[in-house]
Design a protein. Structure first.
Lengths: 323, 336, 235
């Protein structure tokens, strides 16, 4: 039985690799999409690690990040597009960190106003999860009240793609997206493995009681975790807009990504940030490669299917260890 | 005004059905389903596709839907007042929802709660995408709009709403009393035991997985029937009605506001939330915009969860108790 | 001087009360052992001392200061450290990182203290970059104790430190407890190897159904036949 399952897993891995290689252009796109998913999924998984609940508002936190940047680009910062080979201008480089900070603050505020109250009451995990669904809808309602429902665009100008052999063409923006994601991922890795606060986050995620018994203020760790998850979500939202050829943003953009994000978290092993990264790549590549045969609108369904298949063989995900 | 109230009452009835189904999932069993919209859509499409009529000549010609049921349907007479097609529609909705719930539940119920949530969300989105993209199946984004009136024989089109209100109420009450009986049966007690403490329930020899799966399928069937009722009300459905917001969240809001796990929560919750939702459109402009509604329903849910975790229903019954107590006191004083 | 003074403590989980008014104390420099049958509330007593279970009544004083109202992470800095019975390491952190977390409250550089721990537990030094989850039972217990010692506590609480260990390792653990105690650290431990533990203890308590049933010096309890008969089954 265990043998058969292993053979099946190996077969699936081979099929995945063959399909990805056969559509190498799409697979490369999948890596870019995967790097955005990774930023969101890592945040979801970090919050899950310390709070044991899957934050449904995460997609809408991404949306918020995108709209904060939109606001800054249109109303605050000087107008400029076409920085180097990119469609956007230098103001985006200012707006990006500001949006990250704004969403981090939003996340911390959410915890203080909503989740901490529920925690103190020892509310059921699912109650907390439903509250996060309520927060998600409230954020979206807020975005729609302030910026309206129609599609908006970052100021941008058209750019040519870089052409590579083997039919690969890469939009310069995509390189920026994955570059930024990589920088953030490395920063997060260093934070988690080199700093005291980061190690305390991992310790709290491993065993919150023992963390408290070591003198770690787990409430403060929680706020840090929310801040980091929020900052990453804010970045993911902005990058998601740039990833799009026409730089469009709409109020549902984050929520619509929730299924792929959760799929990435689950596939990688819920609670494990490295797993979330791996899962995001797997899901991103699967989603893009599938467009060779399926309609692009089916991408979320593909993400979901990949998740179910992985769960069938590995109920705790690829790198999952915790129950 | 009367027409508006009738339409309002019909929708409350329909949403009460969905909320009843969700109460079976979450309120009584603790199954975290955030894909209500999926079963909602499956029920609505199943019932519609089974009973659909061919479009009339003045309607657009590229109207596609699965099979050729409508033309074959013409050959079958509607049997008097007992509209068998309506019954068949409800049955189809139940069967399709049950089948999907059985498959999803078998795979995910064994895993921890969050996975079921993610799985149901994924299913709901996938169902919506299928009906959106597969035009041959349900006319794509334009949706189906030749769904017949039920009990056509006994009501004039002008009276349809009033007749249909009765139909919805009858279906709702049947489901409501069915669920009530089940909740009070030994089966329902096991469910509550599972909800409270799965480990102990398992230890006392209950086959937890099987009970949970049964409850999941039952709730899904009720949601599917709700979808069918929804379809026969508007007699036009399209994928845009089954978004996570309109198809799932508002129903969760109703359950939370009503008080999950309470028998009357579905009605109370549906009444309050739908009242706010549809009543707010009469407010002056900035307040009446749908965006403000999203925001305020979201905030309402969070506030109820934080400050009145048992929902509004217990507050109501406490208020009633206090009122009757005061009346009794007054009467006692008067007698003296 | 009395380091830990527990008087009339009641505590439990949810609505079930497990401890029905417990009195107990640990003097500075002592080794004190608590024995008692399974489920008698020994771990619950430990948890209420460190603040992982809230005491619903009674007083807990540490070093003269009332602590029963403090959150767990506020009690640790006062000088008490705790090794839980189960789940007593951070499994995905490395050995070194586990020790760093043990010393979380220290503001100085931890290198020196970590080196001390590696000297005390040479097995751990070899595996310093391995994940704690990969350790064997005995190593994990060492790891857990080392983690708790990082802060140089005045009182070390050990909940069944020898559970699941081979006789040889058991000896090693008891020797370690004595060594630690020799450096001036008071030790409060819960043990199922009652004879062995009591024989190295200054004093001991017998806990049953959430109440202290007997209290005496370690050797005396160890040799009292009624203790074995009444509370420890066949031992
Ligand atoms: N987290 C918990 N929630 C609810 N009840 C608990 C919890 N932990 C322990 N109990 C119950 O409290 C009682 C005392 O448990 P405790 O762990 O203190 O016993 P113990 O004396 O340490 O036993 P052992 O020798 O088995 O470790 C037991 O009946 C146990 O079932
Ligand atoms: Mg114990």
């Amino acid at each position: 039985m265990a043998r058969a399952s292993q053979v099946a897993q190996t077969l699936l891995a081979i099929i995945f690799i063959v399909l990805a290689l056969s559509q190498i252009g799409l697979a490369v796109n999948g890596i870019f999409l995967g790097s955005i998913l990774a930023l969101g999924a890592v945040g979801i998984t970090l919050v899950f690690g310390v709070m044991r609940f899957a934050n449904i508002a995460h997609g809408d936190m991404m949306t918020m990040g995108a709209y904060v940047t939109f606001f800054l680009l249109v109303s605050v910062l000087p107008e400029h597009t076409g920085l180097g080979p990119f469609t956007f201008g230098f103001p985006l480089l200012i707006a990006l960190p500001v949006s990250m900070a704004a969403v981090a603050a939003l996340a911390v505020g959410m915890d203080i106003l909503v989740f901490r109250k529920l925690r103190l009451r020892r509310a059921n995990i699912v109650t907390i999860e439903i509250a996060s669904l309520g927060v998600a809808i409230a954020i979206r309602g807020f975005v729609q009240m302030v910026w309206g429902t129609p599609v908006r665009y970052f100021p941008n100008e058209g750019r040519t793609h870089f052409s590579l052999p083997a039919d690969i063409s890469i939009a310069p923006n995509h390189l920026f997206v994955s570059g930024a994601a990589l920088v953030l991922a490395i920063a997060l890795h260093l934070l988690l493995t080199r700093t005291k606060q980061g190690k305390a986050m991992r310790a709290t995620s491993d065993n919150p009681d023992l963390a408290r018994a070591s003198g770690i203020n787990t409430d403060r760790v929680l706020l840090w975790t929310w801040a980091i998850a929020g900052a990453l979500a804010g970045a993911a939202g902005v990058l998601l807009v740039i990833f799009n050829a026409t730089a469009q943003l709409k109020p549902t953009m984050g929520f619509q990504l929730l299924v792929p994000l959760f799929a990435a978290v689950v596939v990688g092993g819920i609670g494990n940030p490295y797993g979330a990264f791996l899962g995001a790549m797997l899901i991103g590549i699967s989603m893009e490669v599938s467009t060779a045969w399926a309609l692009p609108t089916y991408k979320p369904a593909i993400a979901f299917t990949v998740m179910v298949v992985v769960l069938l063989f590995r109920p705790r995900g690829i790198l999952g260890s915790k129950g | 005004m009367l027409d508006f109230l009738t339409a309002f009452a019909i929708l409350i009835g329909i949403y009460s059905v969905f909320t009843l189904g969700l109460n079976v999932h979450w309120g009584y069993t603790g199954l975290f389903n955030i894909g209500v919209a999926g079963f909602f859509a499956l029920g609505a499409y199943a019932a519609s596709l089974l009973t659909i009529r061919p479009p009339s000549s003045d309607q657009v010609d590229d109207y596609l839907y699965a099979g050729d049921l409508a033309n074959r349907l013409e050959a079958l007479p509607v049997i008097g007042a007992l509209d068998l097609w309506f019954i068949a529609g409800l049955l189809a909705a139940s069967l399709v929802s049950a089948a999907v719930a059985l498959v999803v539940g078998t795979i995910t119920i064994r895993l921890r709660g969050d996975y079921l949530a993610i799985a149901t969300l994924g299913i709901a989105e996938s169902v919506r995408l299928v009906f959106l993209n597969e035009r041959w199946l349900g006319n794509g984004s334009k949706g189906l709009y030749t769904i017949p009136r039920v009990f056509d024989g006994i009501a004039t089109p002008q009276d349809y709403d009033r007749v249909y209100l009765v139909v919805v109420l009858v279906v709702f009450l049947a489901l409501f009393f069915g669920v009530r009986a089940l909740v009070h049966s030994p089966w329902g007690r096991v469910l509550r035991a599972i909800r409270e403490d799965e480990v102990t329930a398992e230890a006392s020899g209950k086959h937890v997985f099987r009970f949970k799966l049964q409850a999941f399928v039952l709730g899904a069937v009720i949601m599917g029937i709700g979808g069918a009722l929804y379809a026969f009300n508007l007699r036009a459905i399209s994928p845009s009605a089954f978004t996570p917001l309109l198809g799932t969240f508002i129903i969760w809001a109703m359950l939370v506001v009503g008080g999950s796990g309470r028998l009357y929560a579905p009605i109370v919750g549906a009444f309050i939330v739908w009242g706010i939702w549809s009543g707010s459109q009469f407010l002056p402009d900035p307040l009446g915009s749908p965006n403000v509604r999203y925001f305020s329903i979201g905030v309402l849910v969070v506030l109820v969860l934080v400050y009145a975790p048992d929902g509004i229903t217990p507050l109501l019954s406490r208020a009633r108790e206090r009122w009757t107590a005061r009346r009794r006191l007054r009467r006692a004083v008067a007698e003296e | 001087m009395t380091l830990l003074d527990v008087t009339g403590v009641r505590a439990g989980y949810g609505d079930t009360e497990i401890l029905h008014g417990v009195d107990m104390r640990v003097e500075a420099g002592e080794i004190v052992t608590i024995i008692g049958p399974n489920g008698s509330g020994k771990s619950t007593l430990m948890k209420s001392v460190v603040g992982m279970v809230e005491a619903s009544a009674g007083e807990i004083r540490f070093d003269g200061q009332r602590i029963e109202g403090l959150r767990a992470d506020r009690r640790i800095p006062l000088g008490l450290c705790y090794v839980p019975q189960t789940e007593n390491v951070f499994p995905t952190l490395t050995i070194t990182e586990n020790l760093e977390m043990g010393g979380f409250l220290r503001n100085d550089r931890l290198d020196g203290r970590i080196r001390d721990m590696f000297e005390l537990f040479p097995d751990l030094a070899e595996k310093r970059s391995a994940r704690a989850g990969s350790l064997s039972g005995g190593q994990r217990q060492m790891m857990a104790v080392a983690r708790a010692l990082m802060l140089e506590p005045k009182l070390l609480l050990l909940d069944e430190p020898t559970a699941g260990l081979s006789p040889m390792l058991m000896e090693a653990v008891f020797r370690m407890v004595r060594d630690i105690n020799a450096t001036g650290v008071a030790v409060l431990m819960v043990e199922h190897n009652a004879k062995k533990a009591l024989s190295i203890s200054h004093r001991g308590y017998v806990l049953a159904v959430g109440e202290v049933r007997m209290e005496s010096t370690g050797p005396e309890l160890a040799n009292d036949p009624s203790v074995g008969r009444l509370y420890l089954g066949s031992e």
